[in-house]
Design a protein around this ligand. Structure first.
Ligand code: CAA
Length: 502
């Protein structure tokens, strides 16, 4: 017989717990919200009032509906009030000791039929279940921040989960207007396993000086169409949570991609945890906000030299023509035609430094890689002058693109971040953890990505990604960048889509 979930307890009313309580209350369920003390309870109530108040302000909900939602929630500091709950979802900090203590309490307090769920981002649901006398009724129910907005719920079953329970929780998630993806108990599940590898990689690239914070965020938001750049998202998730998830992932995978970047540790130790503390990678207190952009001015350059051919170079040259610049082009290995230009722009796959050393004035050479319709990666070498970089940034801005400054490294910023993430998704499929359709849905609905990793792979082309990964591996020698065997084999076999096998 299917269980009915009418009364739901939510333990922990921080950002996630309050969001989860709101989701249940919006769907008409009775909610018991539990916090440790009156201060924490008031903060939790504040989160809920703000979030629903924002919906009222935007005309998405009436004040009457807001009152009904809030009235469905009982706020308490006593866990004993959960005795009648049909389901309890835990959203307390990611510390195993705290979770074990809580679940032992819940097991004692809640009625025998109650299901106990954890919203853990990465910890072992099996280990949490083992602290209770009802491990078959313990399950993962993982929401995404902001819980009222993101449509995914990961439902995590363990080897001892009662048969049929995952399907019942998945059905409940649908009742909440969410899309469930059911997966086994592995560190990071589907989304965090892929997402945190990518976010942590962005931290490593920032630390290595490849590009600045704003440049990397702009590259991924505008260049790939993600809703947020990696540092804005890390600040939203919380740097402490992100750090802990990485540690758990690394503990299981021993993959350097998951070893938390030192910059995360430093920020966390300093108490700069992201939005919730007013500062993380960015400041949210009004100080240090970006200055207003300067008015555009066309750089004073008499002659622009272009190195490279193909459609990207042709369209860029046509833009320069239209903007009134005089252009000379070197399409072949002979760089003679551009030797006398005021500024030389390389639009080719050759490392920029290899071209620079062949020019009489290498400080005038800047690399350029056009990403999508609106971003241009502006590449400087150890020999490039600041004036040349500034001139190219002004020039691409005049041509309607946002410049992203970076150093001359394999695959620059966007592809260096995107391709290993796509490779991780192929590895996840390859080891049989989840299907391509589930992985795609999880990333689209859990993170608001415009497409899942396999949809992106098809769009870019498997061979291009495989070759990019080989270039990254050759540059950084990190085994995580070696193309997944499945990707390599599909390219060799001429199969155009990973989705055809998963
Ligand atoms: N609470 C409630 N509603 C919120 C909200 C919040 N904190 N933040 C935004 N919203 C709502 C807004 O009210 C708005 O709704 P309407 O369209 O109905 O008016 C909608 O979301 C869009 O908000 P905004 O216009 O203010 O801002 P936006 O368009 O930039 O969207 C965003 C904000 C939804 C957060 C979007 O940037 C996004 O999708 N970002 C990616 C978030 C993400 O990746 N989350 C997953 C993190 S990983 C995780 O959570 C798992 C883990 O275990 C670590």
């Amino acid at each position: 017989m299917m269980r009915t979930f009418d009364t739901v307890g939510v333990v922990g009313l921080g950002t996630m717990g309050a969001g989860i309580a709101e989701v249940f209350a919006r769907s008409g369920l009775r909610v018991i919200g539990v916090e440790t003390d009156e201060n924490a309870l008031a903060r939790g109530r504040g989160h809920l009032e703000n979030s629903t108040g924002r919906a009222v302000a935007r005309g998405r909900m009436t004040a009457e509906q807001q009152r009904e939602i809030l009235d469905r929630i009982v706020f308490t500091t006593s866990r004993e009030d959960l005795a009648d709950a049909d389901l309890v979802v835990e959203a307390i900090p990611e510390i195993m000791e705290f979770k074990r203590g809580l679940f032992a309490d819940l097991d004692r307090i809640c009625k025998p039929s109650a299901v106990l769920a954890t919203n853990t981002s990465s910890l072992s649901v099996t280990a949490i279940a083992a602290t209770t006398s009802r491990p078959g009724q313990v399950i993962g129910m993982h929401f995404f921040n902001p819980a009222p907005v993101m449509r995914l719920v990961e439902v995590i079953e363990t080897v001892v989960t009662e048969e049929g329970l995952a399907a019942e929780i998945a059905e409940l998630a649908r009742r909440l207007g969410k899309t469930p993806v059911v997966a086994g108990d592995r560190a990071g599940f589907v989304v965090n396993r892929l997402l945190l590898g990518y976010l942590n990689h962005a931290c490593h690239l920032l630390q290595s000086g490849l590009a600045g914070r704003d440049d990397i965020d702009t590259a991924m938001k505008q260049g790939v169409g993600l809703p947020m750049g990696p540092f804005t998202l890390l600040d939203l998730i919380g740097l402490d949570t992100s750090y802990k998830v990485c540690e758990v992932l690394f503990g299981e995978s021993r993959d350097r991609r998951h070893a938390p970047a030192p910059i995360l540790r430093e920020l966390v130790t300093a108490g700069l945890l992201g939005r919730k503390t007013g500062r993380g990678f960015y400041s949210y207190t009004g100080e240090g906000t970006a200055p207003a952009p300067e008015a555009l001015s066309k750089p004073a350059i008499s002659l622009v030299g272009i190195v490279g051919g193909g459609p990207a170079a042709a369209s860029f040259v046509s833009g320069l023509d239209t903007a009134g610049f005089k252009v000379v082009i070197a399409e072949a290995p002979d760089l003679g035609p551009v030797a006398g230009a005021d500024l030389v722009i390389a639009l080719s796959d050759t490392p920029v430094i290899e071209l620079a050393v062949r020019l009489p004035r290498p400080e005038r050479l800047v690399g350029l890689h056009l990403v999508g319709e609106s971003v241009a990666e502006v590449v400087s070498t150890v020999l490039t002058s600041d004036e040349a970089v500034t001139a190219v940034c002004d020039l691409v801005t005049v041509l309607g693109r946002t410049p992203v400054r970076c150093a001359d490294r394999a695959e620059l910023v966007v592809n260096a971040l995107l391709y290993p993430y796509l490779n991780d998704a192929v590895r996840m499929l390859e080891c049989g953890y989840a299907s391509a359709a589930d992985i795609d849905a999880a990333m689209r609905l859990g993170c608001g990505y415009p497409a899942g990793p396999f949809e992106m792979l098809d769009g870019i082309g498997l061979e291009k990604v495989r070759d990019g990964l080989r270039a990254l591996y050759a540059e950084y020698r990190d085994p995580a960048f070696a193309p997944a065997p499945l990707l390599d084999q599909l390219v060799t076999a001429g199969v155009p889509s990973v989705r055809s096998v998963g």
